[in-house]
Design a binder for this molecule. Sequence first.
Ligand code: GLU
Length: 503
Amino acid sequence: MTKNVRVRFAPSPTGPLHIGGVRTALFNYLFAKKHNGTFVLRIEDTDQNRYVEGAEEYIINALNWCNIPYDEGPGKNEKFGPYRQSERKDLYKAYAEELIATNNAYYAFDTAEALDLHRKEHEQNGKTFIYNWHNRLKLTNSLSLTPEEVQEKLAAGEDYVIRFKSPQDETLHLKDMVRGHIKIDTNILDDKVLFKSDGMPTYHLANIVDDHLMEISHVIRGEEWLPSLALHYQLYQAFGWEAPEFAHLPLILKPTGKGKLSKRDGDKLGFPVFPLEWIDPKTNDVSRGYKEDGYFADAVINFLAFLGWNPGTEQELFSVDELVDAFDIARVNKAGARFDPDKIKWFNHHYMQEQNNDELAETFKAQQKELNDIDVNYVAMVVNLIKERATFVSDLWDLSHFFFEAPKTYDEKAYKKAIKDDTKALLEELTTVINTVEDVTTETLQNAIKGWITAKEIGFGKVMMPLRLALVGALQGPDVFDIMFMIGKQESIKRIENLAATI
Ligand code: GLU
């Protein structure tokens, strides 16, 4: 890459960041880091009607939690700032006027009612109304009116918009890093609104002006923006600016593979579609987040990297740094990527194993009130023994409660299976065997008990099953001798006596 790579993530703060938005941010981040470039965050808040309180803060928190922080943006390295379009609003009008002066744009005074009428009339005739070369001279704008009429309307403060004058009979040749060469006939394009008389630019104008002023080299964004590419190309041409390169990322599909994953799918299908929990400021409705549901950021990122990209090898597990190394925009697919909530659990299970036991123990302790008075080192040792069976920290208690408290009940089926006529006598003898062990370790306990079983020719199941039931309350859990070592000799004996007393 010869040019200085500068990419941007440009969300509109209209609500919480959807998981698809995080994927867009991630691919921008990976591309920037891969090419020693800069990852910019720009807040596109020109549509004040859709502005949602707290959304910008949410976006920033989400990027930070995912470990893909921006290099430049609100409050950080503001050399191309401000990075909120609402704070840049005074600069856009001059650009819109420049396009009028160069005959690439025009004032349009058509009222909403008049346009509605045109739309309805076209519909009745089975046609679609498009404001463009085809009919613009029949409408109320600075191309159809005299310069005096235009001045009069402007002076009278009439509402207007500034529209782009899309050319007739031209073929545009667009390039996309994912989709290759795209050919567009300009006759099908409409004259998009660039600026409104309320003083605000539309997305298209603000986006192009800012990408230019912020020296963005590559625009990486979702496929839903592909239809805007033709206009954006033409805007660069009209301004005489060099266009950045574009990459449109594939859609993220529902788990069935049919249709786009929407913000509402999370509630419907039972998995989060947001990185962090979101509480709607108006309704107080809560939407689940991956973080609060117990996912590790590394798992979420690893999973998202594979939504539309693959490294071309069998390797599936990648840290963020490894992703940076492996990432190649040429390997981004065109086809939609199916969102598989089971796969993200699979990643979480893997990252659970990678976590440091002391840190997991702290989190586990904080979540489980029964652990309040338990030494964190003990909790960490327990975590080490059971985490291979856990996907979430919230799984740990069910897998480990017997390390902290004696069983209060016994699983009915397990009880029937483990308790035979001679069990009571065997358990009593077992307690004496355990009592003889002096230097208690997993091995000494195992040697003593197994030695006794072998010498007496009892059969392992006859002892090991009731022993496990006594310690755990069920026929589950990690190695029996590990459990005994952890809870100690006296507690083990007590639990065996408890079970024996029920027979
Ligand atoms: N503000 C647009 C959005 O919300 C940005 C699109 C783009 O990246 O050009 O997705």
